[in-house]
Design a protein around this ligand. Sequence first.
Ligand SMILES: NC(=O)c1ccc[n+]([C@@H]2O[C@H](COP(=O)([O-])OP(=O)(O)OC[C@H]3O[C@@H](n4cnc5c(N)ncnc54)[C@H](OP(=O)(O)O)[C@@H]3O)[C@@H](O)[C@H]2O)c1
Length: 250
Amino acid sequence: MGRLEGQVAIVTGAGSGIGRATAMAFVDEGCRVALVGRRPEPLGELAEELEEHGGDVLLCPADVTDRAAVEVLVDRVVSTWGRIDVLVNNAGSNVRRRKVEEVSEQDWDAVLRVNLTGTFLVTQAVLPHMRAQGSGTVLNVSSMAGHRASALTGPAYSAAKAGVISFTDSLNLTERVHGVRACAVCPGEVATPILDLRPQPPSAEARAAMLQPEDLAQTLLHVASLPQRATIELLTIYPTVQRDWTAESS
Ligand SMILES: NC(=O)c1ccc[n+]([C@@H]2O[C@H](COP(=O)([O-])OP(=O)(O)OC[C@H]3O[C@@H](n4cnc5c(N)ncnc54)[C@H](OP(=O)(O)O)[C@@H]3O)[C@@H](O)[C@H]2O)c1
């Protein structure tokens, strides 16, 4: 029997990187998974692959910053499967011009909106269902940049990811009484497409030494599959061989 047998999860940003690996790992453990992201194509390809192996998935193209779209997606999951056990708030992004002296107000807002407000909007839509069930797990993908500023990621992204850690704290404060737990997962560098947005994307060699998406998938799976009585509130995971992430490039 799988570690998430019979459970239902929503994974945002499921079309690539950490979200894709997490959706695969959850399905492997018997979980039904709603795949969320803006681009339907990578979600469709993943759904096809998972269904070929007997997975039960729901294709849910949606922008997590669009409240109406988020409500439609959550309603769809509940009307299809009747519950939501795990929410993985993983959708996130950054901008190329990210230094404090060059980041535009529009880009600052966009980074805050997808990484922080998107996490809030999906959580707010899911919580009533978790409260009614008396159980649920919210996994918020933050970053090492959320607790240690990094020139590589820039101030908007750091502020957004710090906000995600704080939001997770707030959730644990008010929701544990309803049986709902939350965890902020803070990875160091993971070899995923988000790194292509850096002003100077890292080399293939550097990416090979980083964490890989499946490492994060196993981490998120571990937190989600602990007995409901146990809450990991904050988890950091770094590559064993850490590069100099105070540098402005590489
Ligand atoms: N890679 C790292 O080094 C690293 C380190 C720490 C934390 N993280 C965090 O890990 C999470 C996953 O990123 P990743 O590294 O796996 O990179 P990724 O492959 O670029 O994944 C990000 C995903 O988010 C989706 N997304 C972006 N904006 C969205 C929106 N408004 N609504 C819905 N989906 C949206 C993207 O799909 P669409 O474009 O199709 O929407 C994409 O599939 C992010 O929160 C990121 O900040 C990454």
